[in-house]
Design a protein around this ligand. Structure first.
Ligand code: GAL
Length: 428
């Protein structure tokens, strides 16, 4: 069954049931479902909560733990089926369209805010299209994350005798060997499927280049998914995996980030929400830690846009709260403080073009510069591992094959490539 129909079937009952009424006070209350639960992420989302509460609304926190959001999505689906969706929820990429097609998202409530605040002029068309359904905004974009980063503890590098950050896969392996020899964990990594695929897509980008990445992970082209580029990517992935933290199985990403911060590990391959943990630990970019593009991906930017969708609600008081959240989210003040805490960059074009003015650090300034340059060159590509390139169903097919491949000592890369294509085809 097509994923849109699958989701539609699952939630069609919901429209028959009455949507639950929320207790409203004078200004109204809104429940917000999200998965920003690490220390650094919580600090970031608390910024929004405080701003909304200052405006007199009650913020009901619907945080669901679990990096990458898979658990949050399961909770959301069962709430929708039960006819009780929250007022606002974190949903991303093509899934926004799927949810909108079920009729459960509100395409009216943001109309006036978007017009008054001139969202069309503030946002890149690619960003705006992601959060619109049939021309109307059904979500507000929050921030932009880059996936293909390598986080480095320079102190650990020094102790291991490594002179500089790796810029190629070979330099990466050489640095990892030195870290291992010096008794450090070379690569902090939590063996959860979304983290495995975060590494996988960075390796695919390094090996196959931007065009190859696009053909394989965005266009889902058979030749690209099964051809020599993918076989080589999977071979390199297996080699990268030999440096991963042996205690990392099932581990949360932020606990692995802590190992780099505390000097137990040398590197982590992770999107720039990793920076939220460094910031929380009061570390400074460029001196206490280094952020560099994953080796071999300097001219590319795998993007991941967080957004908050609005669900239809019965309680009229919720609309005012939903609008307040949306207005705050795209305001300059929130865009600055949230992204500084979260490790991301703003979605507003005016801010991206002038990052120094807002006090962003060197990592964020590099990200913004690369985002704008790669948008022109075509190096800007949606992340598969973070729901931007495909639907959740196709993403799930990738996750299964990649994680099994990493964990199977006898796995053959050519065979895994064939399995990838078969799994993706049946999930489409
Ligand atoms: C991503 C999300 C980020 C961050 C990360 C770890 O998918 O876009 O905002 O939360 O997961 O949970």
């Amino acid at each position: 069954m097509h994923p849109t129909l699958r989701l539609a079937a699952a939630v069609s009952l919901a429209s028959l049931c009455s949507l639950s009424a929320h207790a409203a006070d004078s200004k109204g209350s809104v429940e917000v479902v999200h998965w920003w639960t690490s220390g650094g992420e919580k600090a970031a989302v608390d910024v929004l909560k405080a701003q909304v509460e200052k405006d007199g609304f009650i913020w009901k926190d619907g945080a669901v733990a679990g990096g990458g959001g898979a658990t949050a999505m399961t909770v959301l689906k069962s709430r929708a089926v039960a006819g009780n969706p929250p007022g606002v929820a974190q949903i991303k990429g093509p899934d926004i369209q799927e949810w909108a097609a079920t009729g459960l998202l509100d395409d009216e409530v943001l109309k006036d805010v978007a017009k008054q605040e001139q969202w069309d002029g503030l946002l890149d068309k690619k960003v705006a299209d992601t959060v619109k359904y049939e021309g109307n905004y059904v979500a507000v974009p929050v921030n932009i994350h880059r996936i293909n980063w390598l986080w480095i503890n320079p102190d650990v590098f020094k102790k291991a005798g490594i002179a500089k950050a790796p810029t190629t896969l070979d330099e990466f392996y050489a640095a990892a060997d030195k870290l291992k020899a010096a008794g450090f964990i070379p690569l902090a990594h939590g063996g959860q499927p979304w983290q495995d695929s975060t590494v996988f897509e960075s390796v695919v980008l390094a090996v196959m280049g931007v065009d190859g990445y696009k053909k394989a992970l965005v266009d889902l082209d058979e030749d690209a998914l099964t051809g020599p580029g993918m076989v080589k990517s999977l071979t390199e992935l297996k080699r990268v995996a030999t440096y991963m933290d042996p205690d990392g199985k099932g581990q949360d990403w932020n606990l692995e980030a802590a190992k780099v911060i505390n000097g137990k590990a040398g590197m982590q391959i992770m999107g720039d929400w990793a920076k939220s943990e460094w910031t929380l630990a009061r570390k400074t970019a460029g001196t206490d830690y280094q952020c560099v593009a994953f080796p071999g991906t300097q001219n590319a930017f795998l993007y991941n846009i967080d957004s908050l969708v609005v669900f239809k609600q019965k309680d009229a008081g919720t609309a005012a709260g939903q609008q307040d959240i949306a207005r705050k989210v795209l305001g300059q003040d929130f865009q600055k403080v949230f992204s500084i805490n979260k490790g991301s960059i703003p979605v507003r074009n005016d801010m991206l073009a002038d990052m120094g003015k807002y006090g962003f650090d060197s990592c964020a300034q590099t990200a913004a510069k690369d985002f704008l340059a790669d948008a022109k060159s075509g190096g800007l590509q949606p992340s598969m591992a973070h729901n931007m390139a495909t639907t959740l169903a196709v993403q799930g097919a990738f996750f299964d094959v990649v994680t099994n491949y990493i964990n199977d000592p006898k796995a053959d890369p050519a065979d895994a490539a064939k399995k990838l294509y078969a799994a993706v085809k049946s999930a489409k």
